[in-house]
Design a binder for this molecule. Sequence first.
Ligand SMILES: *Cc1c(COP(=O)(O)O)cnc(C)c1O
Length: 377
Amino acid sequence: MEFRDLKKQYQLHKEEIDKAIHDVLTHANFIMGNQVTMLEKELEEYVGVKHCVTVANGTDALQLALMTWSIGAGDAVFVPDFTFFSSGEVVSALGATPIFVDIDEKTYNVDTDSLEQAIIRVKEKGSLTPKVIVVVDLFGQPANFVVIRKLAQKYGLLILEDAAQGFGGSIGNQKACSFGDISTTSFFPAKPLGCYGDGGAVFTDNDEWAELLRSFRVHGKGRDKYDNVRIGMNSRLDTIQAAVLREKLKFFDEEIESCNEVAKEYIKRLGEYVKTPAILQGMRSSWAQFTVCLDNENQRNQVMGRLKENEIPSAIYYPKPMHKQGAFQNVLSEQYPCPVTESICRRCLSIPMHAYLSKDEIMQISDIFISATKAGC
Ligand SMILES: *Cc1c(COP(=O)(O)O)cnc(C)c1O
């Protein structure tokens, strides 16, 4: 059984994907070929945002957004304590200070009360300038942007939406990657919309920032790439990856629909035995992960072991709070009490989630899961 079944997806769409890749090989337009521009247009339309700038990966996408806002030493950037390392790594890479804040137990997304407390305390201390909130749509569900937008306005902060996992999700009829002042995603193969290598994109409605992003991604180019007016990066999406993504985008919504069916079935079967993900009113998740929470670490290990014995893959996203990562011990960083993150890191477990899971597989996973939660705990 696969945790995320990329092989089956390819088999189902082999013909179109092979053709798209071969077209690039034939035209040999490997860097910034016209498929890149076409993909950007299609993604702008899909998300409903004015500008899409594709880049080399989701981490660069975040860093380029912060570079566009000139974030650096002395700036405070608020980051959820429960996320993938990148969300905070890019802040430190630019010499700014990540401030880690706790999450909401039900959604795994940032807790808006903890966020506001952290903003107030950083302001009171006065040694750093609060600038940006990195808001992660963790496991596929968009964060609480209604409240976060109010906080951003109240304290004069910019919102950077990290939708590496949330791409394809929505709030009402508004799509993920449209909630930030700048929003980013990743096309890493296992993400909701994945390519066949590394890839990413940045989204914004702001013309000036889009212009800067296009410059930063090609060595801070001015009129052309041999006229360099700022220190940038080399961070382009390969044409082959763009060609693959254009094909995958055609059946992307169908896949998300199927993932939502899988989630419904899991919740029906597991809901009374374990804490299943809570999807709030009006939210639609893209189901990057299906993550449950066990009673304690022992029970989690027991369930994980039992699944493994039955050749069912599972994974711990994430075993460590950001503020406990060794890397942040050696750079400027701050954290406010994060008891929820600490507790969830000990109890969370992600189980197979993708559009091609059969009812039989869901049943098998659920049965083994339930029997393992009962045994011995
Ligand atoms: C995967 C991920 C990233 C980074 O994306 P890459 O393409 O792997 O660089 C950033 N943030 C979150 C929340 C992610 O899950």
